[in-house]
Design a protein around this ligand. Structure first.
Ligand code: GLC
Ligand code: CA
Length: 564
């Protein structure tokens, strides 16, 4: 995809299992997506990122792939896929597939072969260590979904490495055959006409030599291990090879998911001349409401300090300016709903959802909208662990309650805040049973607030979060300053209001966001000079005569203006 196109694009993420069920089996599917393409067109998005739809035993909802060239039975057929893709293209919407190649499913034929014997031709597709007589583990790494990263394979007397669940063995990228397999499957989808890839945990593919122990931050326990593999010695080399062998031969849009990515990594990977991918999903802002250095990772809750968010976002805005490119997101299938997390999902749900959108869409980079975000969908609070589905949540609960004897209510309280299932409850289309997602029994219960928060209501209400997103997305197409303008943070120390400008020539875009449920006084620094102000979008009625030089912002108020 030519840069001129994707730099002004907005991407919409679909989590297919929860988007729209066409046949009443309770699981979203490809014909369901096809039936909603006009909805996406009306919203105005340019690109869809589709979470995995390949054949999978669904240990991790499709992020464990057993056949990269087949569609998951529950989601439909390859013909359904082709119809969906043609429907997107007919509406001018491009499709990014999810490329999950740090690991496969343990049910993938490669792994089925690999585990049989040490001299099987596929054995070296994965990462193995001898299992000593005392079964001691090769290192102290903890897997993302709890337990050790090492799982015994009795047939060969070895352990295999899995950074995620034991049904997600890591591929051995040191083996050139593995890389050629990956490039071939990428070509398969590109030849079908898909327009690019979102690359799952792509900065974890190069493992450090010797797989040494991780630093001990939690005595008597396994240790967080992502830091050991997210910046491997051959990462950039592998990505450049992928670019030269595959991506350079097509017009693609690429975004790499990169936990713990540093600014340096962002610069290297997205560098326009020497990098390999168009942009990264970095996680710095997503980690700001967890206690740093606490072995419990994301579950060690702490409130967000707005000054931290400003510092982090601003560093990335500055660091990739003109040399690389940012992706902008507050939400995806792994994160709680932003309106519950950093806004207010009670009285100020609508106001705060719009404020967060204004904050994000005013920044430099490519904005991502995760299904339901455009409705201001909220976290869910299931009372029983049995109502949750996510492997990360279920494993964490079991470890906490069964092994560490923590109080179930306390563990559930953390789940209400951070579980990935907050993002995975079915899309709320209307006020009917199960939010119109399915005519059957949904694979996970719908959020009870679907009676008020739903797409039908939002499209009928000119003041809805949905119409606000539609207008924000349209603004990006109209205003070069939104795409190109240089970012500068105002008032870094203010703990309540996030204000910044974007400058292009003599045009200044000003974004002012009150992140609190209280009124806040905002005073524009005197060095931002202007004669005229033009309000572009706001989430409250603003009097045209009301100058932004000094104003009182209402709870969660946001304004975006052009100053000339
Ligand atoms: C990524 C995905 C997440 C998945 C994990 C393992 O972080 O976004 O959903 O569980 O990778 O594939
Ligand atoms: Ca279905």
């Amino acid at each position: 995809m030519p840069a001129a196109d994707w730099k002004q694009s907005v991407v919409y993420q679909i989590y297919p299992r929860s988007f729209c069920d066409s046949n009443g089996d309770g699981v979203g599917d490809l014909p369901g997506i096809t039936s909603r393409l006009d909805y996406l067109k009306a919203l105005g998005v340019d690109v869809v990122w589709l979470s995995p739809v390949y054949r999978s035993p669904n240990d991790d909802n499709g992020y464990d792939i057993s056949d990269y060239r087949a569609i998951m039975d529950e989601f439909g057929t390859m013909a359904d896929f082709d119809t969906m893709l043609a429907g997107m293209h007919a509406r001018g919407i491009r499709l990014m597939m999810d490329l999950v190649v740090n690991h496969t499913s343990d049910e993938h034929p490669w792994f089925q072969q690999a585990r049989q014997s040490r001299d099987n031709p596929y054995h070296d597709y994965y990462i193995w260590r001898d299992m000593p007589a005392d079964s001691s583990l090769p290192n102290n790494w903890e897997a993302a979904f709890s337990g050790s990263v090492w799982e015994p394979n009795p047939a060969t007397g070895e352990y295999y490495l899995h950074m995620f669940s034991k049904k997600q063995p890591d591929l051995n990228w040191e083996n050139p055959k593995v890389r050629q397999e990956v490039y071939a499957l990428m070509r398969f989808w590109l030849d079908k006409g898909v327009d690019g890839f979102r690359m799952d945990v792509i900065n974890m593919i190069s493992k450090p030599a010797g797989l040494p122990d991780a630093p001990v931050i939690r005595a008597g326990h396994l240790q967080p291990s992502f830091g050991m593999v997210t910046n491997g010695p051959r990462l950039l080399e592998f990505l450049r090879e992928m670019k030269a062998q595959v991506l350079d031969h097509y017009e693609t849009l690429t975004v790499g998911e990169a936990p713990l990515a540093t600014i340096q990594q962002g610069q290297d990977i997205t560098n326009v001349y020497t990098g390999a991918l168009n942009m990264l999903f970095q996680f710095e802002h997503m980690d700001l409401d967890a206690i740093p250095g606490d072995g419990r990772g994301k579950w060690a809750l702490k409130p967000l300090a707005l000054t931290d968010l400003k510092a982090s976002m601003s560093r990335w805005q500055d660091a990739l300016w003109q040399t690389g490119w940012n992706s902008l997101y507050l939400s995806n299938h792994d994160q709680p709903r932003p309106v519950s997390r950093w806004g207010d999902d009670g009285v100020y749900r609508v106001a705060s959802a719009k404020m967060l959108a204004t904050f994000l869409h005013g920044l430099q980079g490519t904005p991502y909208v995760y299904q339901g975000e455009e409705l201001g969908m909220t976290n869910v609070r299931f009372a029983r662990i049995e109502d949750y589905r996510d492997i990360e949540t279920l494993n964490m609960y079991r470890e906490a309650v069964q092994d560490r004897h923590e109080a179930p209510a306390e563990v559930l309280a953390r789940i209400h805040v951070k579980s990935r299932d907050n993002a995975r409850t079915p899309m709320q289309w209307d006020a009917t049973a199960h939010g119109g997602f399915t005519t059957g029994t949904p694979w996970m219960q719908t959020n009870p607030n679907h009676t008020e928060v739903n797409a039908a209501q939002a499209r009928d209400d000119a003041d809805s979060v949905w119409h606000y997103y539609r207008r924000l997305i349209a603004l990006r197409k109209q205003l070069p300053v939104l795409v190109e303008g240089r970012y500068a943070l105002l008032q870094p120390e203010d703990p309540n209001v996030y204000a910044y400008i974007r400058t292009l020539g003599d045009e200044v875009l000003l974004v002012v966001c009150n992140f609190t449920p209280r009124e806040q006084v905002f005073v524009l620094p005197p060095n931002v000079a202007f004669e005229q102000q033009q309000l572009l979008i706001a989430n409250y009625v603003v009097n045209a005569a009301d100058s932004v030089r000094a104003c009182t912002l209402r709870p969660f108020e946001a304004r975006m203006l052009v100053l000339r």
